[in-house]
Design a protein around this ligand. Structure first.
Ligand code: HAM
Length: 416
């Protein structure tokens, strides 16, 4: 049997894995600043949850979902996105009744059977924020601002924020007919899946990866009802107060069905066609339509894999230990082992190779480890109660210190 991972699935190796952790840690700090709490949701849900929320005419549900019948005969799906699970949890766990703001985040892997390419994977990580139960434009502006602040914090530069309003169900009712007429006239130019979708969900054709951009450019524009127009104008005013640069893109429709009013995407030109690094919007009707209370909501998800691709060459992550311990004789192995523990107890990162190997082999590993210092213990050192400290990165003399002083001495050296 040859062992290999599935197409579109990847192993994350150091230092990339550390970059992911760094991005996720930054997100946790930002979420704490904005009053968001973590919600961990299952990776597998009933398939119906995604069909009803993400939408049965979306690419995600029609073509990309890992769905199967489980041993109990239930139709289930591995989550392609987190919002439906968050909404399910909000309803099932009565999270509207806590008396606190329902501001939740999750960090987790999502699964979509898309055609893999750079920046597009079948398993990818999203950092996601959902604010449920707040209809005011302040929530829209805060959410978008939080996303921009997070991107700034992790060091992503040169992105553009695009926003649009998809209106409410009322605005869309009138628009549906106008759009349908336009699409019927252009049906010959549509790809096969979109031909089938036009009558059921005309808006989806505008988000088609194949013919969407050309169609959206010339499509009739949605006109917002006065309340939605006011909401959109107020959101923009607040974004200006927050000093967030954005562009209104009337063609932005998003590829998921639940959106109402404000939608947004953060794009970069640095990733070729996979240009969206984060996206989201309002979903004012979803919670109610899934059987919950009338709770307007807004949220976004950021693609960690894409952000990591952007930062990869710019961020130096050094996972090397500060100190490498080497035992120069069989008698010194236990003392070396004890010293490793003593250094770690003092918060000094320390490592060794297999302490039973030859001195030469251990020194070779020390050189490759990236550590700043090697600590060498042999028979002479044991007898004298000392340890030898050898600089590995810079030229310098080997020194000998009493073993009990090694941690404080090293701290001084490491501080430079
Ligand atoms: P989405 O636009 O489908 O929205 O995904 C959000 C982000 O996830 C994208 O902008 C992209 O960075 C990343 N992403 C999506 N698919 C892939 C992939 N195959 N490989 C790598 N990265 C990918 C949502 O998922 C909504 N749940 C966002 C949301 C939350 N709306 C409201 N609340």
């Amino acid at each position: 049997m040859s062992v290999h991972s599935l197409r579109g699935f990847r192993d994350l190796l150091p230092p990339d894995s550390a970059l992911f952790t760094q991005i996720e840690a930054a997100a946790r700090e930002v979420f704490a600043l904005y009053g968001y709490q973590e919600l961990r949701i299952p990776a597998i849900e009933l398939k119906e949850l995604f069909v009803k929320s993400t939408g049965d005419t979306t690419d995600i549900v029609e073509k990309e979902m890992y769905a199967f019948t489980d041993g109990g005969g239930r139709e289930v799906a591995v989550r392609p996105e987190g919002t439906p699970g968050m909404v399910r949890a909000y309803i099932e766990q009565n999270l509207s009744q806590t008396g606190r703001n329902a501001k939740f985040f999750y960090i987790g892997n999502m699964f979509r059977a898309e055609r893999p390419q750079a920046g597009r994977y079948r398993e990818f990580t999203q950092i996601d924020a959902e604010h449920i139960g707040n209809a005011a434009p302040f929530a829209d502006a805060e959410t978008i601002t939080m996303l921009v602040k997070l991107l700034e914090k992790v060091g992503v530069a040169g992105c553009s924020v695009e926003i649009n309003s998809l209106g409410c169900a009322e605005c869309r009712k009138a628009y549906r007919q106008t759009l349908l007429e336009y699409l019927r006239l252009n049906v010959a130019t549509l790809c096969e899946p979109c031909k089938g979708r036009v009558e059921r969900n005309p808006l989806r054709a505008l988000d088609c990866k194949i013919d969407g951009p050309a169609l959206a450019e010339k499509a009739p524009r949605l006109s917002l009802c006065p309340a939605c127009a006011e909401h959109f104008a107020h959101t923009q005013e607040l974004l200006k107060i927050s000093a967030i640069e954005y562009k209104v893109n009337p063609s932005l429709v998003r590829g998921l069905d639940y959106y109402t009013r404000t939608v947004f995407e953060v794009r970069t030109t640095a990733l070729g066609s996979q240009d969206a690094i984060a996206a989201g919007g309002r979903y004012d009707d979803l919670v109610k339509s899934m059987g919950g209370p009338a709770a307007p909501a807004i949220g976004w998800a950021m693609g960690v894999d894409r952000v990591a691709l952007l930062l990869k060459d710019k961020t130096k992550i050094d996972g090397s230990p500060a100190v490498y311990i080497v035992s120069a004789s069989a008698q010194a192995q236990s003392q070396a082992f004890r010293l490793l523990a003593a250094l770690r107890a003092e918060n000094i990162s320390a490592d060794s190779s297999n302490l039973t190997l030859s001195l030469k082999s251990q020194m070779r590993s020390a050189d490759k480890s990236g550590a700043s210092y090697a600590l060498i213990i042999g028979e002479d050192e044991i007898k004298a109660g000392t340890v030898a400290i050898k600089p590995l990165k810079e030229k310098g003399e080997q020194t000998t210190v009493p073993v009990a002083d090694a941690p404080s001495h090293l701290k001084q050296l490491l501080r430079g």
